[in-house]
Design a protein around this ligand. Sequence first.
Ligand code: AMP
Ligand code: MG
Length: 490
Amino acid sequence: MIPIAFDNSYARLPPRFFAAVAPTPVRAPRLIRLNAPLASQLGLDPDWLKGPEGVAMLSGNDVPAGATPIATAYAGHQFGSFTPQLGDGRAILLGELIDRRGKRHDLQLKGAGPTPFSRRGDGRAALGQVLREYIVSEAMAALGVPTTRALAAALTGETVRRETLLPGALLTRVASSHVRIGTFQFFAARGDVEALRLLADHVIARHYPDCAGEDRYLALLEAVIAAQAGLVAQWLAIGFIHGVMNTDNMSIAGETIDYGPCAFMDAYHPATVFSSIDEHGRYAFGNQPPIARWNLARLAEALLPLLADDQDKAVSIAQDALDRFDAEFQAQLIERFRRKLGLATQEADDFELVRALLDTMQRGEADFTLVFQHLSEEAGQSESADTCRNLFADPTKFDVWESRWRQRLLREPTSAEARRDAMLRVNPLFIPRNHRVEAAIEAAVEHDDLAPFELLLEVLAKPFDAQPGLEDYARPPAVHERVVATFCGT
Ligand code: AMP
Ligand code: MG
């Protein structure tokens, strides 16, 4: 057995932070994917992980030495209503390890069997949701978006009962931590100020060491506001829809976490929703910024006892911090879109230029990803080709916008070639298109064929590079290929 140097700081917090529980062994574990580069980055030996002892760990059949398996406690607002106890119902944290660069990571098994937080759930995960999280979280990492990672996927050799019987699977997830807004809410709801303080100190030491010092809890709140504003700005810049932005699914570290019915938008429309459980569009694409702010208000509420002894004073401190969310988010968003449009300098009208493009895309039902990718190619030429304008239902509307953009580019110091290169580094060609994700899942679930999953992962690992022979992966879905709903599968 190769020892893994676990250092489990969360398990050293008081017992009310978690339940100690080991994974439930599975009948016939089969590793279907190991993320070897990530393993190496974490200082783990990919060959060992692929061997019998590694597979036993990745399937929950053996708990390695040094691990302290726990299910963490948290609460959360789900679609606006508060549940004081949720917790890890189908995930078990094996422990924490420090990577080669000194960064700490959680190693968690998702789908590892029941825990005291499972309520009526079976604690298991279906293969489809494991593959979706694997594909999309790894695509996000390659796109440069803060995210949890997928280290491995394994079949259990057992079935799980959902609407039908499905193959059971586990995902080994790596995260900076699994502390959520809902973790703070858990203790706030119980009036447990001591635990709130311990949790806040844990998070500051782990994620926001610069906040340590005077007014540390306000500094923490401000840091989380900035991190989540930046994260959602990145989602908006690549067309990502999380789908279930409940407070228990928002990471304190500012990583994208808990990929459920998430999806990338094809044609641009801010009201786009895929999630089958989001009937009212609460978590629609364009609603994500105000929802992030709403969630952060719940965090601020939870932190009130730490902000000041006087309740009114605490509320006013929290309110001031929250009031800065909009400006923070706007600044991050405009910066992202400036880069997407090849603008290295700042002008007051830039936001209006972005708005106008998005508006034209919405009316013209243009593909979000391809518009920016084709614009990047065209930025290297003084004359426009037809490729971008042809993405719009009414290309003449785009022509009007494009001449405005070209006027603006005349005031940029960068050469056309440098601009093109810079744009191609932020505007991907390949995103996890829904129809591709669904096809990969279907092949695996229905036919035990993992080839489409493997190929999709390969394409998405290099989202900004032209990949000869794989152009079709950049194509938006044809009408008959469109996926209209994604499912949690829980
Ligand atoms: P999520 O889908 O991540 O928002 O999960 C919401 C809550 O439901 C969390 O507390 C999960 O641990 C719990 N949960 C989801 N699926 C299962 C399952 N199959 N068994 C037990 N608990 C589950
Ligand atoms: Mg969750």
